[in-house]
Design a protein around this ligand. Structure first.
Ligand code: SAM
Length: 292
């Protein structure tokens, strides 16, 4: 089945299938984002690096300054790995939303009873959040933007639900700004694969998403800081293939289907690694405080 983006339903189906297949969770654990391997990057345990990514983004974006009990929205929450850390380790009241019903069911199942009061999940479209204006003290969104067909609307929705004085923390896969360096033929072919293989309509550049956030009608006078975390996250790509060799039972436990599912992802993972290693793609992080 093709996973090329057609509408948000195609993204929901792709994540429903990845969740129900179980391979992604068996290999990657509860985080569907890249790991943080430090600056400069060093050898890390693959899953440890993913949890470290959450703490690194909390520190960099200043979220650790927020008092316990602060309300945080996680937009595109996957199966809730980050949301649970943000609730358990930082004492936030977290709502995680995803377009994928299977992910939300899994996120709820993975959340232990005592944490459930502080870490809730709902199926919702990031481009039409069923939430009030200024409801949250912080908005967090990791690696969800590549699936958004309308980046300005995504930025608008993140900022609409953030209260004045609230903090924004976003991580994104970004394409090189092609107004500065245009893509050659090979890069155009790779880019098409990166988009179509994993239900991505388009990638924003770092400057492009920064412009959408700063230009949002819900973010007047908002200053967004950005950083490029490509070097710190790059080892994750190859590590995610090696993980299949380190934990063969995760793949083989699903029988021949597990091997087939795993092999399907390898070319895209290698192309992602190549694109991030050569500068065609960049790992952008974005932070800002909504003016009060
Ligand atoms: C690469 S995963 C990242 C998951 C999670 N942030 C993490 O770090 O583990 C992208 C997430 O964005 C969600 N997503 C994509 N498009 C969405 C939309 N329109 N509305 C809500 N969630 C969306 C997917 O369902 C998935 O949970």
């Amino acid at each position: 089945m093709s996973r090329a983006f057609t509408d948000s339903g195609s993204v929901a189906r792709a994540y429903d299938n990845w969740t129900n297949d179980a391979l992604l969770e068996r290999l990657w654990g509860e985080h569907i984002h890249l790991g943080h391997y430090g600056s400069p990057p060093r050898q890390r345990d693959f899953r440890r690096a993913k949890a470290d990514f959450v703490h690194a983004l909390v520190r960099w974006s200043g979220l650790e300054r927020l008092p316990k009990g602060s309300r945080l929205l996680d937009v595109g929450c996957g199966i809730g790995g980050s949301a649970r850390i943000l609730a358990a380790d930082y004492g936030f009241e977290v709502l995680g939303i995803s377009i994928s019903p299977a992910q939300i069911a899994r996120a709820q199942a993975l959340t232990p009873e005592p944490l459930r009061q502080h870490c809730r999940f709902a199926v919702m479209d990031a481009l039409a959040l069923e939430l009030d204006d200024q409801e949250f003290d912080a908005v967090w969104s990791v690696e969800a933007c590549p699936h958004m067909a309308d980046k300005q609307r995504y930025a608008d929705e993140l900022l609409r639900v953030l209260r004045p004085g609230g903090l924004l923390a976003v991580a994104d896969w970004n394409r090189r700004d092609d107004t500065k360096v245009t893509m050659n033929r090979l890069e155009r072919w790779v880019m098409r694969r990166l988009l179509d293989d994993w239900a991505h309509p388009e990638f924003a550049s770092i400057e492009g998403l920064r412009g959408h956030l700063q230009g949002s009608r819900h973010g007047s006078r908002l200053e967004i800081d950005t950083a490029d975390w490509t070097a710190a996250t790059l080892p994750s790509w190859i590590d995610s293939i090696l993980e299949g060799l380190r934990r063969p039972a995760a793949v083989l436990g699903l029988g021949p289907r597990g091997v087939k599912l795993g092999l399907r992802e390898v070319p895209t993972i290698l192309l992602m690694h190549w694109a991030f290693a050569t500068g065609l793609m960049q790992f952008g992080v974005f932070k800002g405080q909504k003016p009060g």
